[in-house]
Design a protein around this ligand. Sequence first.
Ligand code: SF4
Length: 419
Amino acid sequence: MKTSQPHSFVSLSGEECSANRAALFSSFVWNDYKAQLQNRVRGFELERYFALTESEKIGIADTIRLNVSATPYYVSLTNPDDLEDPIRKMIVPREAESVFSPEESPDPLHEERLSPVKGLTHMYPDRVLLFTNHECSVYCRHCMRGRKVSDSKERMLTGDLDAAFEYIESRKEIRDVVLSGGDPLNLSDSKIDWILERLERIDHVRICRLGTRNPVTLPFRITSELCSIIESHNTDRLSIFCNTQFNHANECTKEAKEAVLKLLKAGVSVGNQCVLLKGINDSGEAMLELHKKLLELRIRAYYMYDPELIPGSRGFRTPLAKGIEIISYLRGKIGGMGIPQFVNDLPGGGGKITLTPDWYLGYYKPERMHVFRSALRGTYHLSPEPPDSDREEFYPSLSAETWERIAPNALSAQGKKFL
Ligand code: SF4
């Protein structure tokens, strides 16, 4: 959000920033999550802990997006001297974040149009997303819900949540409720208990998904007390899942692992929805490293999002081809449970679609043969359609010219088994 008062930035060296960090980090009980929240680094305070570039100073002063704030824990994962530090780029706004480009919208997915009552988005028939809380531990610069997150006017009062639960109760087709925000785990334990209890009481709701970045940005929030509450509602009636958002291997710390293990012990399966971000994780190597680390944390890959067309997002967006190239790179280098689906949430409220590399080349009808390219070796491979198939018109057809070019290699690789 744009600030109204001009600010004269001080320019500190990396060494001075390190000294300030040491003073901050030792001023409270490190693993007390409430103390972490109370000591968050906000707005212009970033100048004390990062040697800021001119672009970052403009970004902090003129951001058109959500508030600037990060836990000391998350700041501690960055190197104050490294201007390219990937986590720094998720904490500190840059100049691109102050520009509202023509293709951008505060609500590119039309969540508000699809909202029958305050805070509830009903896009898919059997699922709803409930915006439970406007607050988070860290305000990520790439947040797709920045129009609401960090804005106290968007606070969900108990009456708002009651209205949302009444809507869910009235719609028997809703089986699955995503608790999101903001971050639902930034609510108090008692509020989380109340929300889960309300959900558990609705007969037709069988699945609850917690969307939280706390395992990444404030793992100390995943306390034994919180996990006991979650476990008490994770019953035959209601199955609770957690989807979090690690975007870089540097976020995969031992503290994060402890938090995830606590959730797993409460019977909560944990998946990861990363966002593909320019200059942060937009390479096959960075994504491979991230997903290897996630498996060590016992987190399965779920989605890799193409960033949304939100205000000030040009600094984060990558060509669509980049995501497809990354999925192609990952296949064969890590087990399938470490490979996310590359997802585009369609602008205008069209819902999610997945994009995959072109491993299926098509169907050559004269030989009743499908042609594939191996993700592992780049070689061509054939597989016949069953003789009694009635679905031959379903497939994209392969031209005779392409067949002639590819088939000899494919046949020799497979020992001319089919023809
Ligand atoms: S934690 Fe999630 S909701 Fe909160 S700012 Fe980050 S991306 Fe947005």
